[in-house]
Design a protein around this ligand. Structure first.
Ligand code: CP
Length: 304
């Protein structure tokens, strides 16, 4: 039985296979419409979500399966003090696979150690978000035609942005990736990502405060929201939340085939005027998230 807690739980070959399956689902959705008939997905969301929870649910329905679960801790017995370990043992009696989001880093790992069914990490605190990474990789592959030989800029909250941490980890397996880390001083990438992923894997990277200076070099721009919910101090959040706002003026120096990604939700960091630019890929990324989650559910349930 396999779970997905960290993107590194998957080999590059397995990621390629998932991307291939997702592309086939996009081309031939009817082939997959009964693949999970009789199976149940439990979505255990202890933290808010629109895309991840609903795309998991849509994915299971489009595979012919069913869904149960909760969308906030207060509507579960966690509010009475039940542990993540007990919750996952209990839900194993009702479902075939779990997708869990939790504000505490490591909670989905604990769930996977206590559940008797596969557990998917749907985001744990400021740590990891591996299924968003799969959606990001599928989007980059579909937009650029490759997962190697490109320059990607990560812009915004690189400290708390779990999607950034997971995507950098995944990209460390591909050849000739250059990473430009664009953030205010207070929101730089954590040292453990720099030391254990970037330096250890000899990934070329630079850190800068200037989106404008980085822009001409980028093949992919990954914008992020400043994660207000992870700040200890409201005044710091207010000061930093609008550090970067991507607008059409800033895109004047960008490559014509730049791909702009954002895991969403967006607050202010991308002007709505950018949405009509053909380089904006973030709503395609949302749709890709459903297809790659369909592929992942099938893989973990060992559905052929
Ligand atoms: N990208 C993402 O995780 O969005 P949600 O928080 O809406 O699930």
């Amino acid at each position: 039985m396999r779970s997905l807690i960290d993107i590194k739980d998957l080999s590059l070959e397995e990621i390629d296979e998932l991307i291939e399956t997702a592309n086939d689902i996009i081309e031939n959705p009817e082939k997959y419409s009964q693949k999970c008939k009789g199976k149940k997905l439990a979505t255990l969301f202890f933290e808010p979500s629109t895309r991840t929870r609903l795309s998991f649910e849509a994915a299971m329905y489009e595979l012919g399966g069913n869904v149960l679960g909760f969308s906030e801790a207060n509507s579960s017995s966690a509010s009475k003090g039940e542990s993540v370990a007990d919750t996952s043992r209990v839900v194993s009696c009702y479902a075939d696979i779990i997708a869990m989001r939790h504000p505490k880093e490591g909670a989905p790992l604990v769930a996977s150690q206590n559940a008797s069914i596969p557990v998917i990490n749907a985001g744990d605190g400021g740590h990891n978000h591996p299924t968003q990474t799969l959606a990001d990789l599928l989007t980059i592959k579909r937009e650029k035609g490759r997962l190697d030989n490109f320059c990607i800029g990560f812009c915004g909250d690189l400290k708390f942005g779990r999607t950034v941490h997971s995507l950098i980890s995944a990209l460390s397996g591909y050849k000739n990736i250059k990473i430009i880390l664009i953030s205010p001083n207070e929101l730089v990438i954590p040292d453990y990502i720099k030391e254990e992923i970037l330096i250890k894997n000899n990934i070329e990277f630079v850190e800068t405060r200037s989106l404008e200076e980085a822009m001409p070099e980028l093949d992919v721009l990954y914008m992020t929201r400043v994660q207000g919910e992870r700040f200890f101090n409201e005044a710091d959040y207010i000061r930093l939340r609008d550090s970067y706002i991507l607008d059409l003026h800033k895109l004047e120096n960008a490559k014509k085939d730049l791909a702009i990604l954002h895991p969403l939700p967006r607050v202010n960091e991308i002007s709505v005027a950018v949405d009509d630019d053909k380089r904006a890929c973030y709503f395609k990324q949302v749709l890709n998230g459903k297809f790659i989650r369909m592929a992942l559910i099938m893989k973990l349930l060992e559905v052929k």
